[in-house]
Design a protein around this ligand. Structure first.
Ligand SMILES: [Zn+2]
Length: 448
């Protein structure tokens, strides 16, 4: 019996009602050669599963042959290991039913061992196509997609608790979604994915959050988002105690966008009159958008568009001097970007206020007005360390998953796969930042 037990041990068959035979055979299986082991599952029913009568003796239930099943236990180097399991069948003398005994090795009516499914789920957490998984693990596409759905569902937020700090961002979704932009929800405090929504329409987001109790929504302390007016109003209604934080990354993006439009305006202006300067503005756009404080002013290098040796700083100074208004806008945008980088809201507010004193191109004025509208929330952006950048890598992951293949025309499948990738393998001990920049800066000073 010792050897029999060692086969059971080897494949982690812990069900005490299964007797494993002392033999291993080989057999073709789905284009591979499978190892086959043999076992019998038998135990007396306590009661008939059909009519519920207690099974006292053979007067109630009698043995009634076996049902032969094959269970895909696991793989050894891509070679499937199958268990040919004979399951005891009974006959109930009271109701005539012929129930078969069951094992915790598999889900009811399924032939893939639960352990094996867990393994498939772990494979789904890696960046690879589902086709490849089914090929490597010698299971059907259907099995992989069942595991995807089941695991994905189990990882969806289903209880009545919400993170205290939620971030809302959007990402380009699958083709079938009419609006093509989907919504990503995250816990901005610990940097984990919360969920993914099919579309970013107000109604969809409201429906999603309204499923949670009022108490749960009341406990939410902050929502981090882009400057997007439709959300701004109604999110306050859904989360009565939450402060709205404008995501710093998006804030800087809006400023850069405005600066870039100004660069393009100047380019058009000088296209025929100053072709060399036009080329400089056209080709060196990255330097224009680079933060003023980060421009290099030490390294003198030759540049094909400039005479003599120049630094980054000199190049930018020259370009912005081409047009007065451009120079003014460059200074303003960079003052604001610096205020954001230094988390200095008082300066930010003051710099915005100052703009009233001079004229600005209309599109820059519009940007400034937008910032004014969101000012209370921008104050939060410079106060709290929370940001939607915690899931920065996620958009790339989503892209890779979509590229990796079939099945994601269906949004639910894409959502399940992303939940599995992000949630199944828990990143251990992720360091949580202090919530306030003030605290963080104090901690850094103390450490120094
Ligand atoms: Zn019965």
């Amino acid at each position: 019996m010792a050897e029999t037990n060692s086969i059971a041990n080897l494949f982690d068959i812990k069900d005490p009602h299964i007797k494993i035979e002392d033999k291993v055979e080989k057999k073709p299986y789905k284009g591979q050669i499978a190892k086959v082991i043999f076992g019998t599952l038998s135990y007396p029913f306590k009661a008939c599963p059909s009519c519920g009568v207690v099974n006292h003796s053979t007067q109630d239930m009698i043995k009634h042959g076996f049902v032969n099943t094959t269970i895909h236990l696991s793989n050894i180097r891509s070679q499937p290991v199958l268990l040919k399991l004979k399951k005891q069948r009974y006959h109930c003398k009271h109701c005539g039913a012929t129930p078969t005994v069951t094992t915790s090795l598999v889900d009811f009516g399924c032939f893939i061992a639960i352990d094996n499914k867990r393994y498939i789920a772990l494979e789904l957490a890696e960046e690879q196509s589902m086709k490849l998984i089914s090929k490597h693990l010698v299971v059907s596409d259907y099995t992989v997609s069942c595991v995807l759905k089941k695991t994905g569902k189990s990882l969806s937020p289903h209880d009545q608790s919400l993170p205290e700090h939620i971030g809302i961002d959007e990402f380009k979704s699958v083709k079938s979604v009419t609006e093509s932009m989907s919504c990503i929800l995250m816990d901005t405090e610990n940097g984990t994915l919360m969920d993914i929504l099919r579309d970013r329409k107000q109604a969809a987001i409201r429906d999603y959050f309204m499923r949670f109790s009022y108490e749960a929504r009341q406990r939410v302390k902050s929502i981090t988002m882009d400057m997007y007016r439709p959300y701004y109003q109604f999110l306050k209604g859904i989360f009565p105690n939450a402060e709205i934080i404008i995501d710093r990354f998006h804030l800087v993006q809006h400023l850069n966008c405005s600066l870039n439009k100004e660069r393009v305006r100047v380019m058009k202006l000088i296209k025929t009159s100053r072709p060399t300067d036009y080329r400089k503005l056209k080709q060196l756009w990255k330097l224009i958008l680079k933060n003023r404080e980060e421009l290099d002013f030490n390294n003198y290098q030759s540049h094909r568009l400039f005479d003599g040796l120049v630094t980054e700083k000199m190049i930018v100074n020259y370009m912005v001097s081409i047009d007065d208004r451009f120079e003014k806008v460059y200074r303003l945008i960079n003052d604001l970007k610096t205020d954001i980088a230094l988390h200095n809201f008082k300066h930010f507010e003051k710099d915005i206020e100052e703009t009233r004193k001079y004229s600005l191109p209309r599109q820059v004025r519009t940007t400034i007005q937008t910032l004014q509208y969101y000012l209370p929330s921008i104050e939060n952006s410079l106060k709290y360390t929370l940001s939607n950048g915690v899931l920065e890598g996620t958009n790339n992951k989503i892209k890779n998953i979509k590229r990796s293949g079939y099945g994601y025309r269906n949004f639910d499948n894409l959502r399940y796969r992303i939940l599995i990738t992000q949630k199944l393998t828990v990143k251990a001990n992720k360091k949580i930042r202090p919530l306030l920049f003030e605290e963080e800066e104090r901690a850094m000073k103390d450490a120094a």
